[in-house]
Every structure is written in C-alpha cells, then in structure tokens.
Write a protein that binds this ligand. Structure first.
Ligand SMILES: Cc1cc2nc3c(=O)[nH]c(=O)nc-3n(C[C@H](O)[C@H](O)[C@H](O)COP(=O)(O)O)c2cc1C
Length: 152
C-alpha cells in the first residue's frame, strides 16, 4: 500500500537536460531543476501530475527523486518525471509537479533490465493512484492553483 504523500505536495521548476539515458531505457524523463528554496520530497518514486505552465496542459506522471544509484555513484539528487501520455520533450518549460502518493523507495538495481521491469510496475501503480479519488482531488487543486492569477 502506498504511503500518504509527504508535504510539500508540489514543487515548481524548469525542465533541463539530463544524462539522456532514459530514452534508451524506454522511460524518457523530463529532468526538473527545482526553483531555489523549493522543498524537495525525500528520495523515492512517486505518482503525480505534471502541469505545463505555458499552456496549462496536464500530464499523468511517475516521478523519481534520488541519486539514480543504479547508474551513479554521486549523492546529487535528481528530480525527474516520466510522463505516461506524451513523448513531447519540453526543455526550458516551467512545470509544476503535484505529488499524489509515494510508491516505493529508490533501489540500486543489479541491472538496467531490473530497473525497467520495476519502472513498468511503478507506472501501472501510478496510473491507479492518479485515477483514485485522492488523485482526482490533487488534480483539482493543481488546476485551481494554475488558474489563480499570480497577483491581484
Ligand atoms: C518510474 C521510474 C522509476 C525509477 N526508479 C529508479 C530506481 O529505483 N533506482 C534508480 O537508480 N533509478 C531509478 N529511476 C531513475 C532512472 O535511473 C533515470 O530516470 C535514468 O537513469 C535516466 O536518467 P536521465 O534522465 O538523467 O538520462 C527511475 C525512473 C523512473 C522513471
């Protein structure tokens, strides 16, 4: 059973280039440079909504926060999202990630094949969480926040 989401429930940032490994794995991710001062949720795999600020388009996503220990030996934390419903690359765009639920811990897998099999299960789980009542409520909050003018 997935845990309840950690707070803060969302973060914003710009889409930047990652290592370029994800496409070869079959899980291309948008790498997010979180805005300065953002509180980044603890390393884990999460389900969440991705709001593209320029257009208001929302995608279903599975978010990886962590140091990618399967591939990297550094402690640098990456914030990445795999969008289930688009193959668009949106470099340079500003996005909001709205966290719905934590799915599992980040794992150092023995092979990239093991990671891909786990990621496939994560995406199925994430789809169910996004479609749940809680997932729909988080979407409602994300849409309301996006429509609200920045200042009045
Ligand atoms: C659904 C999903 C689950 C992931 N789980 C893990 C994980 O458990 N361990 C790990 O080392 N990396 C995990 N990652 C991150 C991948 O290592 C990362 O997306 C990949 O290396 C591509 O990085 P790049 O965008 O910098 O090229 C996950 C990514 C996704 C999309």
């Amino acid at each position: 059973m997935a845990d309840t989401p950690t707070v803060p429930a969302h973060l914003t940032g710009a889409v930047v280039r990652g290592a370029g490994r994800g496409r070869g794995l079959g899980f291309p991710t948008a790498n997010i440079a979180a805005d300065p001062g953002s509180r980044i949720p603890p390393p884990a795999i999460y389900s969440g909504w991705v709001v593209r600020h320029s257009t208001g388009v929302v995608h279903r996503g599975t978010i990886s926060i962590g140091s990618n220990p399967t591939f990297c030996d550094t402690a640098e934390v990456h914030v990445e999202v795999y969008c289930h419903d688009t193959s668009d690359e949106f470099y340079g765009e500003r996005v909001g990630l709205w966290f719905v639920a934590r799915i599992r811990d980040t794992v150092k897998f023995a092979s990239s094949g093991d990671l891909v099999r786990a990621a496939r299960r994560d995406v199925l789980r994430s789809e169910a969480l996004l479609a749940s009542g809680h997932g729909r409520r988080v979407l409602g909050g994300a849409l309301a926040a996006h429509r609200k003018p920045a200042s009045v």
